[in-house]
Design a protein around this ligand. Structure first.
Ligand code: PEP
Ligand code: MN
Length: 339
């Protein structure tokens, strides 16, 4: 249930409510809005304490969230969540942030070359996988911790925050040590122990929708992370599996307005995996911005024909440069901006 406090409740009064929640054995989740503060008390049988909270002076009212996901819902938080990565990056605000880089970190040189190129073209966040979820056990599995060290170096040199994937609980510590955003890949969306582990660390999380995950399941997976106290979760649509086999996946653009209504969390779109075909990534990327993405994640490679993963969908440097300018035009047409 959510406990809505009276307008301008004081810090001390908020504390009396949170202490009471803790004393009952629950974890309080605080959402500070422009005028009102809402405290979530979520868990088994929380509703039986409803009267006790309604009786408190500082409480305006108590209500139940009808949706199965609670902290992720708009009922818990009316305003959009804005995730601050550093002093200038605020994902969920007016600007549409572009995360770009190679699918995999293949070598230090490749990463630095790609990072500089995407940064010069206007990307703000560097992507690159060190632990790769490959369909074949014989395919390149990623450079592991060494790859993450290269990410950290590239980040320091170019002042670019980074995003990379954690595939297992024991990798989460490394990811939060070396990177600025921890990615949970499509294949791990329902790995609940992994979701809890990223919920327990501090870095923002990019949660990718699975290829057979409904919007409700996506939000419930986000709830796993939020429920551990990490409220900086971005949702990522990256294509779902349908009967259509002309594209790698089917980019579910209709998920965006639906998610925007249901949740306050920022939405990132991945047109690279979504369509999986280089020559069509640009068109999809523009559609993603038009439909309301708060950010895009795009694969770029200086020599895609040599890429160790996802070369077929990686943009060439020149394509990416041109696309960035086009994305800014589309963004401005819908009241946003890329640059
Ligand atoms: C990736 O970002 O390279 C990736 C493996 O993505 P997904 O989990 O969406 O397949
Ligand atoms: Mn990839």
């Amino acid at each position: 249930m959510i406990i809505v406090l009276k307008k301008n409740a004081k810090k001390k009064e908020i504390m009396t409510v949170t202490n009471k929640i803790k004393a009952l054995g629950y974890k309080p989740h605080i959402s500070v809005g422009k005028d009102i503060t809402i405290i979530g008390m979520i868990g088994d049988c929380a509703e039986k304490y409803r009267n006790a909270f309604e009786a408190m002076d500082v409480v305006e009212h108590v209500s139940e969230i009808q949706k199965p996901y609670k902290l992720a819902s708009r009922e818990f938080r009316k305003e959009n969540t804005v995730i601050k990565i550093n002093k200038s990056i605020e994902i969920g605000n007016k600007k549409v942030y572009i995360m770009a880089g190679p699918c995999s970190i293949e070598s230090k040189e490749l990463l630095f070359e790609t990072a500089k190129m995407v940064k010069d073209a206007g990307a703000t966040i560097l992507r690159g996988g060190a632990f790769k979820p490959r369909s074949s056990p014989y395919a390149f599995q990623g450079l592991g911790e060494n790859g993450l060290k290269y990410m950290k170096m590239a980040s320091a040199k170019l002042y670019m925050p980074t995003v990379s994937e954690a595939m297992a609980v024991e990798q989460v510590g490394l990811l939060s040590k070396y990177c600025d955003i921890v990615q949970i890949g499509a294949r791990n969306i329902q790995n609940y122990e992994l979701l809890k582990a990223v919920g327990k660390q501090q870095k923002p999380v990019l949660l990718k929708r699975g290829m057979a995950t409904t919007i409700k399941e996506l939000l419930l997976s986000a709830e796993y992370i939020l429920s551990q106290g990490n409220y900086n979760v971005m949702l990522c649509e990256r294509g779902i599996r349908t009967f259509e086999d002309s594209t790698r996946f089917t980019m579910d653009l209709s998920a965006v307005p639906v998610l925007k209504k249901l949740t306050h969390l920022p939405i990132i779109l991945d047109p690279s995996h979504g369509i999986g075909i280089r020559e069509h990534v640009g068109a999809m990327a523009k559609a993603c911005v038009a439909v309301g993405a708060d950010g895009l994640i795009i694969e770029v490679h200086p020599r895609p024909e040599e890429a160790l993963s996802d070369g077929q969908q990686s943009l060439l440097p020149d394509q990416f440069k041109i696309l960035m300018k086009e994305l800014d035009l589309v963004a401005r047409a819908v009241g946003r901006e890329v640059f």
